[in-house]
Design a protein around this ligand. Structure first.
Ligand SMILES: [Zn+2]
Length: 148
């Protein structure tokens, strides 16, 4: 396959060179190659390929360091556990306030039946519920086990 120098227009017989002139790659003859910087084409790492994995891997290696600090805030399971006495705690706190399941449920915007199930220990409140109970009853259902 014969090609022509993009600078002088001569047919390139011996060796076609690619050089960078003002950031643009030119296919030039040997003589014209001195006018630009030697250009080395990128080794198959182009973003045009959708299947190229190198960029994905690079992004992944950066991701963990970014996400570790916000993750820890949410991840309570490491050092906090649900108080095994949670059922008793909820019931006692509710009775102290003189509220029925219905009344407390209405305040918390939750079904009374759900509160009953928590108080019987049939259902374990997740962290979201624990926060609600904390807000409405002032009880802490998740306890830290860090001191152990
Ligand atoms: Zn030339």
């Amino acid at each position: 396959m014969s090609s022509f120098c993009e600078l002088c227009g001569r047919k390139v017989i011996d060796e076609k060179k690619t050089v960078l002139i003002d950031g643009i790659a030119f296919n030039v003859c040997k003589g014209c190659s001195k006018r630009g910087k030697p250009y080395t084409p990128p080794v198959s790492v182009t973003n045009t390929k959708p299947t190229s994995t190198p960029s994905k891997i690079a992004a992944r290696t950066i991701a963990p360091t970014k996400s570790t600090s916000p993750m820890r805030k949410i991840d309570m399971t490491d050092n906090t556990i649900l108080n095994p006495e949670y059922a008793k705690l909820i019931r006692e706190a509710r009775m102290k306030k003189g509220l029925t399941h219905e009344q407390l449920g209405a305040q918390m915007n939750e079904k009374a039946g759900l509160l009953r199930r928590f108080e019987t220990g049939a259902l374990k409140p997740d962290e979201l519920f624990a926060k609600k109970f904390q807000r409405f009853l002032g009880i802490h259902l998740y306890v830290s086990i860090q001191e152990d």
